[in-house]
Ligand binder design. Structure first.
Ligand SMILES: Nc1nc2c(ncn2[C@@H]2O[C@H](COP(=O)(O)OP(=O)(O)O)[C@@H](O)[C@H]2O)c(=O)[nH]1
Ligand SMILES: [Mg+2]
Length: 352
């Protein structure tokens, strides 16, 4: 899964990037900085403690800092979301808007910033959908066939939404339509927001702080942190972090909050694989069937899929071993139609 941090300069994207990835903000390559966020998952650590594998691997969310939005630049002369930016973010699964609320002079208006970023994204989609519909109209006038009816219908519906200053994702069924996939509309994907607070606000209840700014925007998962402090905490030895968080009044690491919100927004779950070589968590969309999930591990396993042998993590822990789980009838053989659940420990059988 890939998430792009999008925001105006000086909003704290780099600070958040470092806090989440634990990496020094590297030099941007081709306008973006790439990193990966380790998905916190106690289950992986527990399994690793039992199997003592050579390798322990957490699921990751890939994070991109996109350096493209320029506050206040005229859309006519140079859009904040120019073509280069649009290309960069095309492969993203979700966007995290980063907005600034740490100005000491009180010049913060994170709500206005979110609205501005959002309308840039909506305008970008509007221009795309208009162009395509117009072109299709011209083709038809010439007596050519034009695009398939379903595609045209989907684009018409997209047009109605974005022309009405709404996101395509406001209609999730429409946003998921396969005919729209190639268009890569920005607002057809989940958009979240992170309000970057000053140090003096981090101990306050999030809902209260957000409400003061007129947030959240309807339908947009929004959270807050102080990216600068989070980065400082992240740079400490692990055993000191908890105490320092308490000292500052930070209830939960922004990493945990971000991962939870992204998982929820994208409908993600994790399944687990165990063994002497590696204990590992894998990310899939909720509702993924076993062969497809196997494909997350390796394409050959999906191709030669025979069955999945599954123990729910909680059963495994309660019973203590695979043998005990088998005895208790908690070791299941599942076929191609099985929908893999969050926390399933899976062994795939395949012919290769
Ligand atoms: N007080 C405060 N300053 C921050 C916070 N996050 C970032 N900054 C500062 O704001 C400036 C811009 O941050 P940066 O992460 O580079 O913003 P970017 O342009 O969006 O990548 C830097 O001087 C940061 O130290 C924060 O949460 N609180
Ligand atoms: Mg930056």
């Amino acid at each position: 899964m890939k998430v792009a941090l999008v925001g105006f300069p000086q909003s704290g994207k780099t600070a958040l990037f470092s806090a989440l990835t634990g990496a020094e903000p590297g030099r941007a390559k081709g306008g973006i900085t790439l990193g990966s966020v380790k998905v916190p998952d106690n289950r992986v650590d527990t399994l690793s403690g039992m199997y003592h594998p050579k390798k322990t691997t957490h699921a990751v969310i890939e994070l991109v800092e996109a350096h493209a939005a320029h506050k206040g630049e005229s859309r006519v002369n140079k859009s904040a979301l120019d073509a280069g930016f649009l290309n960069l973010v095309k492969p993203m699964d979700a966007f995290l808007l980063v907005v600034r609320a740490f100005d000491e002079e009180g010049l913060n208006d994170p709500r206005a910033d979110i609205d501005a970023l959002l309308s840039e994204m909506i305008v970008s989609d509007l221009m795309l959908v208009e162009t395509r519909l117009e072109r299709d109209g011209i083709e038809r006038k010439k007596g050519k066939q034009g695009m398939p009816g379903e595609e045209r219908d989907a684009l018409d519906r997209c047009f109605k939404l974005v022309d009405n200053n709404q996101r395509i994702y406001d209609d999730p069924e429409l946003a998921a339509r396969p005919e729209l996939r190639t268009y890569a509309f920005l607002t057809a994907r989940p958009i979240l927001a992170m309000v970057n607070l000053g140090e003096d606000e981090i101990a306050k209840p999030t809902a209260e702080v957000l409400a003061r700014f007129g947030l959240p925007v309807a339908g947009m998962p929004t959270f807050a942190c102080c990216a600068k402090s989070e980065g400082e905490i992240q740079a400490m030895p692990e055993e000191d972090r908890k105490e320092f968080r308490e000292l500052l009044g930070v209830r939960e690491p922004v990493l945990d909050i971000m991962v939870r919100e992204v998982y929820r927004a994208l409908g993600l779950v994790s399944f687990l694989t165990t063994g002497e070589d590696e204990c590992r968590a894998w990310t899939i969309r909720r509702g993924t069937r076993a062969p497809r999930a196997a494909g997350a591990v390796h394409a050959d396993i999906e191709k030669g899929f025979i069955r999945a042998e599954v123990i729910a993590y909680d059963d495994f822990i309660a019973l203590g071993s695979e043998a005990a789980a088998k005895k208790a009838g908690k070791y299941r053989l599942e076929g191609r139609d099985y929908v893999v659940q969050d926390g399933d420990i899976v062994h795939f059988r395949f012919s290769g």
